[in-house]
Design a protein around this ligand. Sequence first.
Ligand code: HEM
Ligand code: HEM
Length: 281
Amino acid sequence: MNHGEKSVKKKYFLFITLSLTLLTSSAIAAENSLYQRLGEKRGIAAVVDSFVNLAASDTKVNFTRDGKFKGMDVPYLKGQLTDFISMVTGGPVKYVGKDMKTAHAGMKIKSTEFDALANDLALTLDKFKVPAKEKKELLTLVASTKNTIVEQAISSGPRPLYDRLGGRGNLEVIVDAFVPLAAKDSRVNFFRNGRFKTMDVQLFKVHLVDFLAMATGGPKAYRGANMKAVHSGMGITGAEFDALAEDFSITFDRFKIPLKLKDEFMAIAASTKADVVEVSP
Ligand code: HEM
Ligand code: HEM
């Protein structure tokens, strides 16, 4: 590499560093991962242990679904939940289990039950004196699974993120700008060393819009395979996933999308990490 190239690379790196520092979203800020700030696997396991005990005895949650799961292996569930939370908070932990939709399918979990569970988690985090910032980040991540876990229609409540982002038209604009950015980002290695060189990018964009519409609470248009099946065998690393998430974040900033909406979206994107990533970190 000659000196000219080096200085261009350096400038580019500086630009990335600067933009990262300017962005306040915790998902991409240059700070320790939420996983680390929660005390890594040991800290998370301690919270999960206490949280599951609380939720299991909370009639508003009805955790065992009227006794249907009375005989479940609670220590195993605690381990699974610890792995899942470790993974989605950015830890080098691989969650091996069902995706959240499959794991809870048929349980007919209501919105109010989900909220009661989230409240139990909030109480547990308070008990462990987890700072407000980390508490909010974790609760946002957990809230992002609500769409896939709750099976009963939410009669009232906030408008879906899909609507607040401006519906399908705006998702198309976002995806149109995001895909080329991610595709040329060497940190993402989107085409997996050329293996997907010939993929139909236009069709991919349509499917990504369908998926994001569904994930943000819009019309359930996505008919493709789940994220685990779609990305299986690609060997996607945690770092590649994070780089891709950063490209989403950059795209949202480019369109000056309000931070609150961006944070909600980033939490939803982060919730796919367990399914997409095959290699830690
Ligand atoms: C009211 C809400 C919820 C209820 C009633 C509920 C109930 C359950 C039950 C009964 C199981 C055991 C299923 C089995 O043994 O086959 C389970 C599994 C699981 N749940 Fe939940 N859950 C809720 C919300 C959540 C949330 C918000 C998360 C994540 C943030 C979560 C993560 C998990 C995980 C990781 C598993 C293990 C799946 C596996 O090992 O394949 N659950 N849940
Ligand atoms: C570093 C991370 C990722 C890489 C390298 C990656 C790469 C790819 C590739 C190469 C395909 C095409 C597969 C094929 O044609 O058979 C694909 C499909 C897909 N990806 Fe990803 N992906 C990543 C993360 C994500 C995330 C985070 C999401 C959602 C938020 C996502 C959503 C999709 C969807 C919906 C499809 C299916 C498109 C279709 O059915 O044609 N991907 N991904």
